[in-house]
Ligand binder design. Structure first.
Ligand SMILES: NC(=O)c1ccc[n+]([C@@H]2O[C@H](COP(=O)([O-])OP(=O)(O)OC[C@H]3O[C@@H](n4cnc5c(N)ncnc54)[C@H](OP(=O)(O)O)[C@@H]3O)[C@@H](O)[C@H]2O)c1
Length: 263
C-alpha cells in the first residue's frame, strides 16, 4: 500500500537487504515507488529473492556487494550505490552483525572488532560520504540507521553488539546536529525482537517464546514489514521536522524495564 506518495521516485540505498529486516524495508519502500539500491555481503540467493520481490512490485532496483569489515572498500561501495540512479535521496544503514559472545570468550577482541566495523564504522563512513555528496549536489537527504534496543538496555553476551548500537545512537545525534543546516536528517530505528530467517525457528520454541510474550506488553514479536513502515515514515515528509531521534519499536519491552512480574 502506498502511504507516502512523496516517496515515489526517491532513490534509496539499503544495506543488508539480502534477508530479514533489510528485505522487509525493501518491500515496503518498493510499494512507495522508491528506486532501490540493494546491498548484500554473502547471501546471493537472498539478494536475488529481494530483487525479484521488489521488481514484482514495480520498483526499479540495482544490487551492490560489499563486506563492511573492510573499511577501505566502503568508498567504492558508496560510489557504486550513488551512481546507479545518478544520486541518492536516502541511505538506510541496516546491515549488522548480531554477535553473541561473553567478554571472556572474546578476550582477543576479534568478535568485538568485527562487530564495531560492520555496525558502527561502516555507517560512519557511508553516512559521511552520503552527506558530502548531498552537500556537493545542493540537495537534502535522509539517513536512517537500524540500531537496536540494545543501544538503550542490554544483557549478558552482547558487549560488542550493545556497544556498537549505543555508539550508533550517539553518532546519529552528532550527525543530526552537524548536518541540519544542509537539510540532511538523521534518525535511528531501535527494533525489539523481530523474527527473521536467522531466528524464526528459535523464537517459535516455547522456552524462548513464552518468556518473551510475558515480557512484551503488546504480547507479540514485531515484523519486518513494521520496521519497513517505520523506515518509510522516517524517509517521508511526515518526519520532515524529525532529526536526532531514536524511534523505538519493541511492543513496549524496554518501557516495562526489569520490574518483577505481577499476576
Ligand atoms: N531481528 C531483530 O530482532 C533485530 C532487532 C534489533 C535490531 N536489529 C538490526 O537489524 C539489522 C538487520 O538484522 P536482521 O535481524 O534483519 O538480520 P539478518 O537477516 O542476519 O541481516 C543482516 C544483514 O547484514 C548483512 N551483513 C552481515 N555481515 C556483513 C558484513 N560483514 N558486511 C556487510 N553486510 C553484512 C547481511 O548480508 P549477507 O547475509 O548477504 O552476508 C544481511 O543482509 C541489524 O543491524 C540488526 O542489528 C535486528
Amino acid at each position: 500500500m502506498t502511504i507516502y506518495p512523496e516517496l515515489n521516485g526517491k532513490r534509496v540505498f539499503i544495506t543488508g537487504a539480502s534477508s530479514g529486516i533489510g528485505a522487509g524495508m525493501a518491500q515496503i519502500l518498493a510499494k512507495q515507488g522508491c528506486k532501490l539500491v540493494l546491498h548484500y555481503c554473502r547471501n546471493e540467493s537472498g539478494i536475488a529473492q529481494t530483487l525479484d520481490r521488489v521488481k514484482v512490485l514495480g520498483a526499479q532496483a540495482q544490487v551492490v556487494r560489499g563486506d563492511f569489515r573492510d573499511y577501505a572498500s566502503l568508498g567504492q561501495v558508496f560510489n557504486q550505490a550513488w551512481s546507479q540512479f545518478s544520486g541518492l535521496d536516502g541511505l538506510v544503514n541496516n546491515a549488522g552483525l548480531i554477535t553473541k559472545t561473553t567478554v571472556l570468550d572474546d578476550v582477543e577482541g576479534e568478535a568485538f572488532n568485527q562487530t564495531l566495523a560492520v555496525n558502527l564504522q561502516a555507517p560512519y563512513r557511508l553516512s559521511s560520504l552520503f552527506a558530502q555528496a548531498c552537500i556537493a549536489a545542493k540537495q537534502p537527504g535522509v539517513v536512517i540507521n537500524n540500531s537496536s534496543i540494545h543501544g538503550q538496555q542490554t544483557c549478558e553476551w552482547f558487549s560488542a553488539y550493545a556497544a556498537s548500537k549505543a555508539g550508533l545512537d550517539a553518532m546519529m545525534k552528532v550527525m543530526a546536529v552537524e548536518w541540519g543546516q544542509y537539510g540532511i536528517r538523521v534518525n535511528n530505528l531501535a527494533p525489539g525482537v523481530v523474527p527473521v530467517e536467522r531466528t524464526v525457528s528459535i523464537l517459535k520454541q516455547p522456552k524462548f517464546k513464552n518468556p518473551w510474550m510475558k515480557a512484551i506488553p503488546l504480547g507479540r514479536y514485531g515484523s519486518v514489514e513494521e520496521m519497513g513502515a517505520a523506515t518509510a515514515f522516517l524517509l517521508s515528509d511526515a518526519a520532515a521536522w524529525m532529526t536526532g531521534s531514536v524511534l523505538t519499536l519493541d511492543g513496549g519491552l524496554i518501557a516495562r524495564g526489569s520490574y518483577p512480574y505481577r499476576d
